[in-house]
Each structure stands twice: as structure tokens, then as C-alpha cells.
Design a protein around this ligand. Structure first.
Ligand SMILES: [Zn+2]
Length: 271
């Protein structure tokens, strides 16, 4: 009981420290910081260093990559729904499915929660890595559906550097999962199993994100410059709905891709 309580307190302190630093550095908005504190506390309190460590690895690696070539990205970010500062919606879109797995694992401990979790977290990590690395590429990406060239940074665009980044991000999450389970004193699992869960979840999640991006994701059109953008405002004016499902915004796509990554990892490893 005391140990239990202590874990929640340690989790809250750790989450506050990391989220506070991210807020101070400008990676999180105020709402994003509050959401990250809740999320980190649950990951450690209901979970342990394994679950929390994976969340931290996703968060730190994504924040570092988003700082790369910031000048070029600043221009692209105006077309995105969200800017470099992550808000609460974005935090839950990335870590929400993982949090459900943490809670599931706390109520009914089972390796399947862990494999699903590794896949789901690999998916959001891979998608972020692919976006950050892919948008550095000078050649425009191709549509995942038709193979036609798309403007750099467009939803649904894929490129070789982006795909390799997705694979690397997923494999990193999977490998770290093996290490963190050891560190947290959890029963040993084969390294290949966890590394594969990360790789499969990451690639499936990033691919699903691109596919949803060209099909059902909500896109708006700027009434001034005519560009297709995710953002609700562009060129200082509100944008209008251009295509996709109105409710399927970038956060909804991320949440869904995370669930798909988790399910893919679980399915492949159970078969
Ligand atoms: Zn515009």
C-alpha cells in the first residue's frame, strides 16, 4: 500500500519535472504540460519504469528531432493544424492508447498488453520520426495511395528517408522495451519478440497515418492563397473545409494510427 502510494508520488514528481522542462523549452503549451503530467503520473503510478521509460523515450526523441532544421520547418508548420508547441489534444492523441494499455496491464497483467503497448508507442514514435526526417528531404514525397508527388509535409506523403526513420524509431522503441523490462525487474522476454513488436507497430502505424491522411483526414482550404492545409487559419483568415471527414482531424488520425500499430504488433506476434 505504502509502496503503491510512493510509486504514484514518484511518478507525479517525475512527470512534473519532465513536462515542466518541456513547457519551459516551448515544446509543450500549458494544456499540453497539464496533460503530460497526468499521463506520466499514470504511466509510472499504474505501471512502472518500463511503461514510463517508453513514454519518455518517445517524448524526448520526438522533441529533439523537431528541433532539427527549425528554420525550414517554421514555414511548413503554418500549414499544419498544430505548431511546435504540443497541446493537450496532441499529448492524448500520442500517449492515450498507450495509457489504456498501462491501465489494462495494471488491472489484468498479461504480456499481450505489453506487446500492444510497444506497438502503439512505436507507431506514434515512428510517425513523428518519419514526419520530422521526411520533411527535411528536398524532393517532395509521394502519395501513399497513388504514388503521385505531393507538396512537402502534406498528409499522406511518404518518402524513403521518412520510411527508414519510421523503421528506426519503431526498432528503437522495441529494443528499449526489452532493456526497460529488465531494468524494471519484469519477467524476461526474448529480445527479438519486443524488437519485432516495435518494428511492426511502428511501420504499420506510420503507414496507417499516411493512408488515413490521404483518404479521410480533414483538410481545409485557405480562402486567401488557395493552399490545402490542416490548420483552421491560414494567411490570417479562417480556412474552409476542403475534403475528408470533418471530425477526423490530425489528433484523431494519430490516435487511430496508434491503436492500429498496437493491434498489428499484437496480431503478428500471436500468430
Ligand atoms: Zn493561405
Amino acid at each position: 500500500m505504502v509502496i503503491e502510494l510512493l510509486r504514484w508520488i514518484v511518478g507525479a514528481c517525475g512527470a512534473l519535472l519532465v513536462a515542466g522542462a518541456a513547457f519551459y523549452k516551448g515544446s509543450l503549451s500549458f494544456s499540453g504540460m497539464a496533460a503530460a503530467v497526468v499521463m506520466g503520473t499514470v504511466y509510472f503510478g499504474a505501471g512502472n519504469a518500463f511503461w514510463f521509460g517508453i513514454l519518455l523515450l518517445f517524448f524526448i526523441s520526438s522533441s529533439l528531432l523537431s528541433k532539427l532544421r527549425h528554420d525550414r520547418k517554421a514555414e511548413l508548420e503554418e500549414t499544419y493544424d498544430k505548431t511546435g508547441k504540443r497541446d493537450a489534444g496532441q499529448v492524448f492523441a500520442n500517449g492515450g492508447i498507450g495509457m489504456l494499455a498501462v491501465l489494462g496491464g495494471a488491472i489484468l497483467p498479461d504480456i499481450r498488453w505489453e506487446l500492444f503497448f510497444v506497438g502503439a508507442m512505436a507507431a506514434v514514435t515512428s510517425d513523428t520520426w518519419a514526419t520530422e526526417i521526411g520533411t527535411l528531404e528536398k524532393r517532395p514525397p509521394r502519395s501513399v495511395l497513388t504514388g503521385k508527388r505531393l507538396p512537402t509535409g502534406a498528409s499522406g506523403g511518404v518518402s524513403w528517408p521518412g520510411t527508414l526513420a519510421a523503421a528506426a524509431g519503431g526498432a528503437l522503441i522495441g529494443s528499449a522495451a526489452w532493456l526497460l523490462r529488465e531494468a524494471a525487474g519484469m519477467p524476461a522476454r526474448p529480445f527479438a519478440e519486443l524488437a519485432l513488436a516495435g518494428l511492426i507497430g511502428g511501420l504499420a502505424g506510420a503507414f496507417a497515418d499516411s493512408l488515413l491522411g490521404v483518404t479521410v483526414q480533414r483538410m481545409n482550404r485557405c480562402t486567401v492563397c488557395g493552399r490545402e492545409v490542416e490548420a483552421a487559419r491560414h494567411c490570417g483568415q479562417p480556412t474552409e473545409h476542403a475534403r475528408g471527414w470533418r471530425r477526423m482531424d490530425n489528433d484523431a488520425v494519430n490516435l487511430l494510427s496508434s491503436a492500429i500499430g498496437g493491434a498489428a504488433a499484437l496480431l503478428v506476434l500471436l500468430l
